[in-house]
Every structure is written in structure tokens, then in C-alpha cells.
Ligand binder design. Structure first.
Ligand SMILES: N[C@@H](CCC(=O)N[C@@H](CS)C(=O)NCC(=O)O)C(=O)O
Length: 211
């Protein structure tokens, strides 16, 4: 049994989608980040970086923050969705680090400046949107000749990237300009585990449907 401290954001959804995919029992503890609950002293004992997601494994008492670490922990615990050796393992690390270092931080800045801060800082909006478009281009090229991010198959890398592409509407990104990302997105958004995990904690945000 896993205790999941989360909110319906891209980083939070990575973990709820993963738990749904591997069929592991979990209990959701919503942390309303808009109300500042990530700063509560009780939460900081398990999430010292003031951010969701965080898990606690009830079997061992271990707590883990950082979605990339959590995905690898759950993959190893379940023996699913992650290559564990050889070149496949390193390709998994490569693309997971790409998500954690580029997709998440840069798209997150687009959400801050382009969506929430619309019109307030044109220089930042332009800079981060340009970088997001470059990253979409990298992903599109990579997916041109493979079904998923890893030749190995559907993995935690797809799960890490999906919820960020699932906010392409907030980013003012037209997925038709990235046809390979669009094809990948449309396939993954139909997976029952992805649909279930997207809605954790329960929310009324639909997954965008590109025209
Ligand atoms: N690198 C972290 C980033 C986590 C993160 O940025 N979480 C956001 C929600 S998506 C958050 O909790 N923000 C609250 C805050 O910054 O106060 C991870 O991948 O887990």
C-alpha cells in the first residue's frame, strides 16, 4: 500500500497514472498547493522541498519526493514499465532526465508566464515559449520512428512526459505542428490507467483534444 500526497498537476499526475498502470493499492492525500498546504510542517517531514508529489510506502515506512525518483521506485517495486539493464536502462535514464531537466521546468515556466501571467512579462513569455517549442521539436523528431520514447516499449518515460503534453492547451501549443507527438499523445490518452490517474485527486480538467 502506497500513501500518495498529490494534487492534479503534471508532476502529481505522473505518479497517480503510474500507480494505476501497475495496479498497486494506494490512498490519496490531497495537498492543495493553491492554499499552501505543501508548506505545512507535517507535510515537510516527508516532502522537505515543499512540493508534491510525495509517496510513503506503508510496507517499509520509506518516504520519497521527486517524481522521477518515485516513478523508478514504483517500477522497481512492481517489476513493471522500466528496463533494468543494458543500453535500454541507460536510454530510460537519458529520457527521464530530459523530462525532469527540460520538459518539466521549461513547460512549467510557460504555465507561469504565458497562462497565469499573460501579458505581464513579454520577455519571459517569449523566452520560455520558444524553449518549449524547441523541446516539442526534439520530442517530435525522436518519436518520428518509434512508438514510445524508449525502443524497449511503453515506460515510465512516457508516463513522465504525458501529463506535460496534456497541458498543451495552457502552453498555447498546437499539436498539429508536432504530428509524431500528437500521434503518441492520442494513443496514450486512451489508456484506462491514464484516464483514471489524470483524475487524481478528482478534478474537472479534461485532457485537451487537438483538432
Ligand atoms: N522536480 C519536482 C517538481 C515538483 C513540483 O514542481 N511540484 C509542483 C506541482 S506540479 C508543486 O508542488 N508546487 C508547489 C509550490 O511550488 O509551492 C518533481 O518532479 O517532483
Amino acid at each position: 500500500m502506497i500513501d500518495l500526497y498529490t494534487w492534479f498537476t503534471p508532476n502529481g499526475r505522473k505518479v497517480s497514472i503510474m500507480l494505476e498502470e501497475i495496479g498497486m493499492d494506494y490512498e490519496v492525500h490531497p495537498i492543495a498547493i493553491g492554499k499552501g498546504e505543501q508548506n505545512d510542517p507535517e507535510f515537510l517531514k516527508i516532502g522537505p522541498n515543499n512540493k508534491i508529489p510525495v509517496i510513503v510506502d506503508r510496507d517499509t515506512g520509506l518516504s520519497i519526493m521527486e517524481s522521477g525518483a518515485i516513478l523508478q521506485y514504483l517500477a522497481q517495486k512492481s517489476g513493471q514499465l522500466m528496463p533494468t539493464e543494458g543500453d535500454d536502462y541507460w536510454k530510460m535514464q537519458e529520457w527521464l532526465m530530459f523530462q525532469m531537466a527540460s520538459v518539466g521546468p521549461m513547460f512549467g515556466q510557460v504555465h507561469t508566464f504565458v497562462r497565469y501571467g499573460e501579458g505581464k512579462n513579454e520577455e519571459a513569455s517569449e523566452r520560455y515559449l520558444k524553449e518549449a517549442k524547441r523541446i516539442y521539436g526534439v520530442m517530435d523528431k525522436h518519436l518520428a520512428n518509434r512508438q514510445y520514447f524508449l525502443d524497449w516499449g511503453y515506460s515510465i518515460v512516457d508516463i513522465a512526459i504525458f501529463p506535460w503534453v496534456g497541458r498543451c492547451d495552457w502552453q498555447t501549443i498546437d499539436l498539429n505542428e508536432y504530428p509524431n507527438v500528437k500521434r503518441w499523445y492520442l494513443e496514450i490518452k486512451e489508456r484506462p490507467a491514464v484516464i483514471a490517474g489524470w483524475n487524481v485527486p478528482e478534478n474537472d480538467q479534461p485532457m485537451p483534444m487537438p483538432a
